[in-house]
Design a binder for this molecule. Structure first.
Ligand code: ARG
Length: 580
C-alpha cells in the first residue's frame, strides 16, 4: 500500500514538473510517515513543505496542487491538508480489505519478494574458538540470525558465514598445554573449555619455557606441521561442538557447514600481501608490512597504518579479512556483504572496506556494510559479568534463563503437567533472552535484567507468546464449528479497523527490519499488534457473537493476527507455543 501510494505521489510530482510548477531537475524524495493520531489518516507526507521553496509557493498552496495532480485511483479514500502544509492520506477500506485477504491466503502473509533479489553474505556469530562462548557472543548470533531470516523471507539468497577465530597466537598456548597432559587428562580438561583456557594461561604466565614452547607451536601450526595440526584439530572440534550446542539451544540457524574459519584463509594470505605489493600499496614500517590510506588518520593527523604482516612474517586479523572479502564476492558470488560484529570494530571494517575496493579485492557494484551493536551491560552499568565477577558463559546464562522461566510459569495458573511445563519453560526462557536483545535498538548498549525480560508485562517474549496462545485458544474453543474464510470483512467497530490497519503494516515493517538491519522494529510492531488485538478482543465478542457475518469476519481477524504473530516471531527466531 505504501509503495502504491508512493507511486501515485511520484506521478503527481512528474505532472507538476510537466506543468512547470516544479523545476524539471528538482530531486524529490518522498517520505511517508504513519501518523500517531488516527484522525490524521493512514499516511502523512511533508512533501509540500520540502518543495515549497523550489516551487516558489506557500506549502499549503503547493499541497493543493499535489493533491490535484494525483492520478485517479482506488487506493486513496481521502486527502487532507494539515497544519503548515502536511498532506494526510486515508486509504480506502476496499484496499485495506483486499490486502487483508491477500495476507490471509498466503504463507508469507502477502509480503512481496524484493524486486532485485541479491546474494547476501552474512557474517555473524564468528566467535574466537580459544574460549567458551560467553555473553559477549549473544548479540551477533541473535541479531545476525534474525536479519538473515528476514532477508530470506524477502526472497534474497543468504549465505551464512561463521568467521570463527581459530588461528591466533592463543592457540600456541593451548597446544602447549594439551601437549603437557596425557590424552585422558586432556580429554577431561577439554570438557570445560573455560577451565582449560585458564589453566593454559596460568602456565603461560608462570613459565618462560612454556611460553617459549607456545610461541614455537603457533609458528609450526601456521606453517602446516602435522603434529601441531593434529592437536589443534582435536581442540577445534571440541570447541565447535560446543558452539553448535549453543546455536541449537538458541535456535540460531548456523551449522558446521557455515563455518569458514580464519584458518581456511591461511593459504591465501601470502597472495594478499603479493597483491597489495603489485598495487603499489605496501609500505614497510619498522619491519612490518603496512598500508597507509589517506582516509584514515590518527588523532593528531598522523598516518594510521593497517598492518597486514608482522615483522616475523605472521599475518593479522586484517589480512584474513581481506582474503575473506575477496572470497565472498568472487567465489561465493555475494553482491551485498553484511557483517554483524561489535561496534568497537567499526574502524577495522571501514579500513577493510576502503582498502578492499582500492586494492580491487572487491570490484564493481557491491555493497559492504558493518552492522555494529552495543554492549550487554549489567545493572551496575558495566559490561555484564557473572556473580563471581568473571565472564558469563553463554551455556550457564541459558541454563539460568530456563530455570527462571520455570519459576515464572509455576507462579501462574496453568493446566500443564509438570513435564509440559518444563518443556514450555525452555522455550520461554531462551526466547526471553533473545527477545530482550532483539527488542532494543541494535546500536545502543542495553542492560541485561532478568526481571524485565521474564515477565508477562510489557514488550517481552512471555507477553507475546502468551498473546499468541490466547488468540489460538479462540480456535480451540470454536471446536468443530467451522467458519467461512471467504466471508466478507466487516470493519465497523473502530477496534476492528485499528487491528486491521496494524495487520497490513507487516510488510512495511519487515522491509524496514531488513533495510536497517534492526529487528527491534519488528518487536515493537508485534507488541503493538498484540495490544490492538487485546482491545479488539475485549470490545468485540467473537464466539458468542450471534450475527454470523460479524463472527466470521472477527474470526478471520483473529486468524490473521495469530498468523502474523507466528510469522513475526519466527523471523526473530522465536517459536510459538500452543499452550502456556
Ligand atoms: N572473531 C572475531 C571476534 O571475536 C569476530 C570476527 C568477525 N568477522 C570478521 N570477518 N572479522 O572479535
Amino acid at each position: 500500500m505504501k509503495e502504491q501510494l508512493e507511486q501515485l505521489i511520484t506521478d503527481a510530482v512528474g505532472q507538476l514538473k510537466a506543468d512547470g510548477i516544479l523545476p524539471t531537475d528538482q530531486t524529490v524524495k518522498i517520505q511517508l510517515d504513519r501518523p500517531r493520531d488516527k484522525s490524521h489518516g493512514d499516511f502523512a507526507s511533508n512533501l509540500a513543505l520540502m518543495l515549497a521553496k523550489p516551487a516558489k509557493m506557500n506549502p499549503r498552496q503547493l499541497a493543493e496542487k499535489v493533491i490535484a495532480a494525483i492520478p485517479a485511483n482506488t487506493l486513496i479514500a481521502k486527502t487532507d491538508i494539515a497544519g503548515p502544509g502536511f498532506i494526510n492520506f486515508t486509504i480506502a477500506q476496499d484496499q485495506l480489505k483486499g490486502q487483508l485477504t491477500a495476507m490471509l491466503s498466503s504463507a508469507d502473509l502477502g509480503v512481496q519478494a524484493a524486486d532485485n533479489p541479491k546474494t547476501i553474505v552474512i557474517d555473524y556469530s564468528s566467535p574466537n574458538l580459544a574460549k567458551e562462548m560467553h555473553v559477549g557472543h549473544l548479540r551477533s548470533a541473535i541479531i545476525g540470525d534474525a536479519v538473515s531470516r528476514t532477508a530470506e523471507m524477502l526472497g534474497h539468497t543468504v549465505i551464512r558465514q561463521n568467521h570463527v577465530g581459530d588461528w591466533g597466537t592463543q592457540f600456541g598456548m593451548l597446544l602447549a598445554h594439551m601437549e603437557e597432559l596425557d590424552s585422558e587428562a586432556a580429554n577431561y580438561e577439554l570438557s570445560n573449555l573455560e577451565t582449560f583456557y585458564k589453566a593454559a594461561k596460568k602456565r603461560f604466565d608462570e613459565s618462560e619455557d612454556f611460553a617459549e614452547r607456545a610461541r614455537e607451536l603457533v609458528v609450526k601450526l601456521q606453517s602446516g606441521d602435522d603434529y601441531c595440526l593434529k592437536l589443534w584439530n582435536q581442540f577445534i572440534d571440541v570447541s565447535l561442538t560446543h558452539c553448535q550446542e549453543v546455536y541449537d539451544r538458541l535456535g540460531v540457524k548456523l551449522t558446521r557447514d557455515d563455518v569458514m574459519a580464519e584458518s581456511a584463509y591461511n593459504d591465501r594470505l601470502p597472495g594478499v600481501i603479493e597483491h597489495l605489493k603489485e598495487q603499489g600499496l605496501l609500505v614497510e614500517d619498522q619491519g612490518a608490512q603496512c598500508v597507509f590510506l589517506d582516509e584514515f588518520k590518527g588523532k593528531e593527523g598522523e598516518p594510521l597504518p593497517i598492518i597486514v604482516q608482522k615483522k616475523g612474517g605472521g599475518y593479522l586479523y586484517a589480512t584474513t579479512d581481506l582474503a575473506a572479502i575477496q572470497y565472498r564476492q568472487k567465489e561465493l558470488g555475494g553482491d551485498y556483504l553484511m557483517y554483524f560484529v561489535d561496534a568497537r570494530q567499526s574502524l577495522h571494517f571501514e579500513q577493510i572496506f576502503t582498502l578492499a575496493r582500492k586494492a580491487k579485492f572487491i570490484e564493481g557494484d557491491i555493497e559492504t556494510q558493518h552492522y555494529g551493536f552495543g554492549t550487554v551491560m549489567g545493572k551496575d552499568g558495566r559490561p555484564y559479568k557473572s556473580r563471581d565477577g568473571g565472564v558469563t558463559k553463554l551455556a550457564d546464562l541459558l541454563d539460568e534463563a530456563e530455570r527462571r522461566a520455570l519459576e515464572l510459569l509455576q507462579q501462574k495458573n496453568s493446566d500443564l503437567t509438570a513435564e509440559q511445563q518444563e518443556a514450555v519453560a525452555k522455550v520461554v526462557g531462551i526466547s526471553s533472552v533473545k527477545y530482550a536483545d532483539l527488542s532494543k535498538n541494535r546500536t545502543s548498549d542495553y542492560i541485561f535484567d532478568w526481571d524485565l525480560m521474564l515477565t508477562f508485562e510489557g514488550n517481552t517474549a512471555p507477553y507475546l507468546l502468551y498473546a499468541f496462545t490466547r488468540v489460538n485458544s479462540i480456535f480451540d474453543k470454536l471446536g468443530e464449528r467451522s467458519f467461512d474464510m471467504d466471508a466478507d470483512w466487516l470493519l465497523e467497530d473502530e477496534r476492528e479497523l485499528a487491528l486491521a490497519n496494524q495487520l497490513v503494516r507487516f510488510e512495511e515493517v519487515v522491509n524496514r527490519v531488513f533495510d536497517k538491519a534492526m529487528p527491534h522494529f519488528l518487536c515493537g510492531y508485534l507488541f503493538e499488534l498484540a495490544g490492538y488485538f487485546s482491545s479488539f478482543y475485549e470490545a468485540c465478542p467473537i464466539l458468542n457473537q450471534e450475527d454470523e457475518a460479524v463472527r466470521n469476519s472477527r474470526l478471520k481477524l483473529a486468524r490473521l493476527t495469530a498468523n502474523t504473530l507466528e510469522k513475526g516471531l519466527s523471523l526473530l527466531g522465536i517459536p510459538t507455543l500452543e499452550k502456556m
